[in-house]
Design a protein. Structure first.
Length: 72
């Protein structure tokens, strides 16, 4: 994780999502000022420091009836 992007602009390039800084700005604005009527295109893009935390999720599903619906 030490060579991962440190700001929203370089993270946007790495992920191939050029609008990521604007998406982040829109999200923060909606969270902090839900009643605001400021159009999203008037918000400055988010350019601050970001931290990347890698994670993984695994889901295991077991059939409730191992013999299936037709029985054995």
């Amino acid at each position: 994780a030490s060579h991962r992007p440190k700001n929203a602009l370089t993270l946007a390039v790495e992920l191939g999502i050029p609008s990521l800084p604007q998406f982040i700005a829109n999200f923060i604005s909606e969270q902090l000022h839900a009643d605001s009527n400021i159009p999203h295109h008037h918000l400055p893009p988010f350019t601050s420091h970001v931290k990347i935390f890698n994670s993984a999720t695994a889901t295991f599903v077991s059939p409730s009836d191992p013999s299936g619906i037709g029985s054995m």
